[in-house]
Design a protein around this ligand. Structure first.
Ligand code: FMN
Length: 185
């Protein structure tokens, strides 16, 4: 059966290395299994504000529905100052909230949902953001596949050209994660 996988990119920039990594990963997933892949557009989600939670903003309802419709999520994220980029953290904060505002027994869009993640960054290959993300995703009761995922370093040429080129070894690491993820679905 076709598995619906929703990609979430932790960077809003058009030429994002993480967006490029996601494109590569989509090819690998399609070569490995029967998948339908969509990328979540969450650029219009407002800042979390409990004052507006009861009359849920339309953008939050939309992203929540897209997450609920997916079998699993794959997050691709850079590291900002050793931590989770604000836009991604904001999205996950919204997704962590109960489906019925104030009713904590109503479930959330993400609890029990399978998720994996990886990231491209500088020299430390997103080590810190991935450790933080694992803690956050465990806390919001997502089912994390592949532990703290895999990290990749963009080299000087990539930073100059805005084009990410993965080594054969990196491609192999990403392919293994894609295989392990699909096996878990
Ligand atoms: C606010 C900010 C903070 C950053 N902090 C880190 C960092 O802590 N570690 C790191 O490896 N790179 C850091 N970077 C560099 C990013 O890894 C780099 O800009 C990367 O290309 C961003 O991902 P993207 O290409 O997907 O947008 C930071 C970039 C920004 C904009």
């Amino acid at each position: 059966m076709t598995k619906k996988i929703l990609f979430i990119i932790g960077s809003l920039r058009k030429k994002s290395f993480n967006r490029q990594l996601a494109a590569k990963c989509a090819e690998m997933l399609a070569e490995t299994g029967d998948v339908e892949i969509k990328t979540l557009d969450y650029s219009d989600v407002p800042f979390m504000n409990q004052d507006v939670e009861a009359a849920l903003p339309a953008a939050v309802s939309r992203v929540r529905a897209e997450v609920q419709a997916a079998d699993a999520l794959w997050i691709f994220t850079p590291e900002y100052n050793f931590a989770i980029p604000g836009v991604l953290k904001n999205l996950l904060d919204w997704l962590s909230r109960p489906l019925v505002p104030g009713d904590f027994s109503s479930g959330t869009a993400v609890a029990g949902k399978k998720v994996t993640f990886c990231g491209v960054g500088g020299k430390n290959a997103t080590k810190n953001v991935r450790a933080d993300l694992k803690k956050l995703l465990d806390f919001i009761r997502m089912e994390v596949v592949c532990g703290e995922g895999n990290g990749f370093s963009a080299d000087a040429a990539a930073f100059q050209s805005d084009v990410l080129t993965l080594s054969d070894a990196d491609n192999e690491i990403l392919r293994k994660q894609a295989e392990e993820f699909l096996k878990a679905l």
